[in-house]
Write a protein that binds this ligand. Structure first.
Ligand code: HEM
Length: 213
């Protein structure tokens, strides 16, 4: 379960760029809204802002939890950032569940986002449960899965760039992207965190082992 430095750097830069790009919502100016959804967002401002505020926090701080240096040298900071990340997921996830039924593109899009939101809440909750029980390796597994889902905000926007460049039909593409932005991320994270035979298997101890960036 090792994230390379280069992989971590790419993940951190992309996450920070999407946070910066989405931060214009914090100006509370409807001019910044996803144009096709402006009227819907105006009538759902509270859940929208709740979602965006929580999700932005999670995406901003999440990558730093994978820094081994930070984990080893500043364990208390790692815990504080972890609590901030999980609160971001909770607030962002509840907001997302409220926004999913009104997502652009209809029921299939909404179902994609709703399943993402539920998976996001479940993985974060399982990660918290694991660390409270002292199951460090399980905690790391669940948090990798959780962040793979947070990272859907990045993959979604990268896919939208492809849609724009390739002049694909927006509505159909958006519906597909509501699923494609997270299912492959989650499958990859599950593969990455699969149990392997070896000294790590079954060693659900408090000891710090394995490594990230
Ligand atoms: C991972 C779980 C997430 C779920 C389930 C989710 C769900 C949603 C839904 C349903 C909408 C409304 C979409 C529409 O109107 O068609 C939305 C919009 C939005 N979300 Fe999320 N989201 C998630 C993560 C994030 C993250 C991590 C960010 C951080 C950048 C984010 C930022 C936004 C923004 C800025 C919008 C407004 C539309 C836009 O400009 O793209 N979301 N989200």
């Amino acid at each position: 379960m090792r994230i390379t430095r280069a992989g971590w750097a790419v993940m951190t830069v992309l996450s920070t760029l999407i946070v910066a790009a989405s931060a214009n919502y914090l100006s509370f100016d409807p001019g910044a809204f996803f144009t096709r959804q402006r009227a819907t967002y105006l009538s759902h401002e509270l859940p929208l802002y709740v979602h965006i505020f929580g999700a932005l926090v999670a995406l901003l701080v999440g990558p730093w939890q994978f820094s081994r240096r930070l984990r080893e040298r500043r364990p208390r900071l790692h815990r504080r950032i972890g609590v901030t990340y999980l609160l971001g997921c909770l607030v962002g996830g509840v907001g997302a569940l409220l926004m999913a039924p009104v997502a652009y593109g209809g029921a299939v899009t909404g179902a994609g986002f709703a399943c993402l939101a539920v998976s996001w809440l479940v993985t974060g909750g399982a990660g918290l449960r694991a660390i409270l029980d002292g199951r460090v390796i399980d905690h790391r597994r669940w948090m990798i899965r959780s962040f793979a889902l947070t990272f859907a905000a990045v993959t979604l926007r990268l896919m939208l760039v492809v849609v724009a460049v390739a002049h694909l039909d927006f509505r159909t593409s958006y519906t597909a992207i509501a699923w494609l932005c997270w299912v492959p991320n989650l499958l990859l994270a599950c593969w990455f965190t699969r149990r392997r035979p070896g000294p790590e298997a079954g060693a659900e101890t408090r000891a710090e082992s394995g490594a990230a960036a």
